[in-house]
Design a protein around this ligand. Structure first.
Ligand SMILES: Cc1ncc(COP(=O)(O)O)c(C=O)c1O
Length: 503
């Protein structure tokens, strides 16, 4: 940003606004959150005025502007629109993301000191709710897809096993889709959970679009959304894949197993008392887009995905993961194992071409598509992938010239150039010790065998690698050290490289 008229201060450091404006000016292609992918979507569909009057729309609860925590006017109407769109009894706007919705849903469903059955790969907000509600976790373990080094579905059988072992649990929560787009069979899980009289909460942060993108009429024969499958509470990050601004989300209440008034009380407790009208208006615009142009937008999204999946198969050496059961096709998972490079290296090559992806894990690069991606984004991506792969091929004397592009074979996936299985570490089944009451901070390298007192969370994806009550193993310490040396964020390790363990 350089709008001052006077001479520029010689040692002026880059501000956040500088960074954002420079980034936007470089015309990047976004395959990461948020789903709107920039201003073009709003402008194309007639919401340019809102963007142009951005700051003038940043108001508080003046007369006529309604109140998020006691809606009766314009905000009530937005919530009613969502309830109608998702076909649920009530929808609530969230301005602190799905994170806030998850915390409120758990606190409304599990009594203080009670038990929550939770998938071990839940987002950190679930772990925060445990602390806030003095709630005991009982873990359900998703399938480990060893070949890819990532976690898969939580099966109905695993939910049934966990319910049998923990009959006093009040509720069950799991993410579906997970970060890679892998969906669990929510319909069968809902049956199992409801048979025992418990509440099912689904963290659908990554699947706000499923209700529409998966519809057969749009050619996508994909997973069912959790609302249609019978979950009691479903929380959707509208900002991740649909058209609202970052941090805005919607919680859907889909049954009377949960007391609405308790839920509303928890929602007001975990959200800002100054909810942003800009965020709420963007939720309203996103609902408007779905109502008025949803069919067209979903058709275009599916067509561009068809085009991409068809074309990417022709690139030698590059594989696309498929065949993992119910997969949300809007998440593109590229497997670099046959190229002999890591996903992080591919990510870097793409970034040099101003194409930004969402997540890497070992040999898997995940590109998050959204309602705002246009065909030209996919064209630029394909051109870049073709260039990168042919450069690698030349550098390696054509060693993978004969490897066909296409769908990743299970055997090949997850192998790096040395043939060693890669993949970011995923949480594994461990003995759960009582959560330490007395805590101390110790250097990470001296923490082997100690019981963790505060979660250690690589970000992204924000899934705790080690939870309170689990012992730290040397292998995990080595992995965390590696991540930090590579410049990755690991929440729970402080600036002095210390972690919190039981004293
Ligand atoms: C699985 C999962 N659940 C919940 C969240 C939190 O969503 P939000 O960013 O809307 O708070 C995330 C964030 O990335 C996530 O990956």
């Amino acid at each position: 940003m350089n709008q001052q008229t006077g001479p520029k201060a010689p040692d002026r450091v880059e501000t956040t606004a500088d960074f954002l404006l420079n980034h936007a000016a470089a015309r990047p292609v976004s395959f990461h959150m948020p789903g709107h992918k920039g201003s073009q979507l709003y402008r194309r569909y007639g919401y340019g005025d809102f963007l142009d009057s951005f700051m003038d729309c940043d108001i508080t609860e003046i007369p006529g502007a309604d109140n998020l925590f006691q809606t009766e006017g314009i905000l009530a109407r937005t919530q009613e629109r969502y309830a109608k769109l998702y076909e649920v009894s009530r929808s609530y706007m969230l301005i602190n993301g799905t994170s806030a919705g998850i915390i409120a849903a758990i606190l409304a469903s599990v009594k203080e000191g009670g038990t929550l059955l939770m998938a071990r790969n839940c987002h950190k907000s679930v772990f925060n709710a445990l602390t806030l509600g003095n709630i005991r976790p009982a873990y359900m373990y998703p399938e480990m897809l060893e070949e890819y080094g990532i976690l898969g579905q939580v099966t109905p059988e695993e939910v049934a096993r966990s319910l049998k072992e923990n009959p006093a649990a009040d509720a069950v929560i799991l993410p579906s889709p997970n970060y890679y787009g892998i969906c669990s069979d929510i319909r069968s899980i809902a049956e199992v959970v409801h048979k025992q009289g418990k509440i099912l909460i689904v963290d659908q942060a990554h699947g706000a679009h499923l209700k529409w993108l998966s519809q057969r009429e749009h050619s996508g024969v994909g997973p069912e959304c959790a609302e249609d499958a019978g979950a009691d509470i479903v929380i959707n990050s509208i900002h991740k894949t649909l058209a609202s601004f970052t941090q805005s989300a919607v919680l859907n209440l889909n049954s009377d197993r949960v007391d609405r008034y308790i839920l509303e009380d928890k929602l007001q407790a975990v959200q800002s008392t100054s909810p942003s009208y800009i965020l709420m208006a963007s939720l309203d615009i996103s609902a408007d887009l779905l109502e008025c142009s949803g069919r067209e937008l979903m058709r275009q999204w599916n067509e561009t995905l068809d085009y991409f999946y068809e074309e990417v198969r022709t690139i030698p050496g590059l594989q696309v993961i498929s065949g993992l059961g119910e997969l949300d096709r809007s998440k593109i998972n590229l497997d670099t194992s046959q190229l002999g490079i890591t996903a992080a290296q591919l990510e870097e090559c793409l970034m040099k071409r101003r194409i930004f992806s969402e997540l890497t894990t070992g040999s898997i690069l995940m590109l998050m598509t959204g309602i705002g991606n246009r065909r030209q984004d996919f064209e630029r991506l394909l051109t870049a992938l073709k260039e990168i792969c042919s450069e690698i091929n030349r550098a390696q004397d054509g060693s993978f010239q004969n490897c066909k592009g296409g769908e990743s074979s299970i055997e090949a996936a997850g192998q790096n150039s040395t043939g060693k299985a890669t993949g970011g570490r995923m949480p594994c089944k461990k003995e759960l010790h009582p959560i330490p009451k007395k805590k101390e901070r110790v250097p990470l390298e001296a923490a082997a065998g100690r019981i963790c007192a505060s979660s250690i969370i690589p970000y992204p994806p924000g899934i705790p690698l080690i939870c309170p009550g689990e012992a730290l193993e040397q292998e995990e310490i080595d992995y965390i050290t590696e991540l930090r040396m590579a410049g990755e964020k690991v929440i729970g390790v402080n600036d002095e490289n210390e972690v919190t363990v039981g004293a």
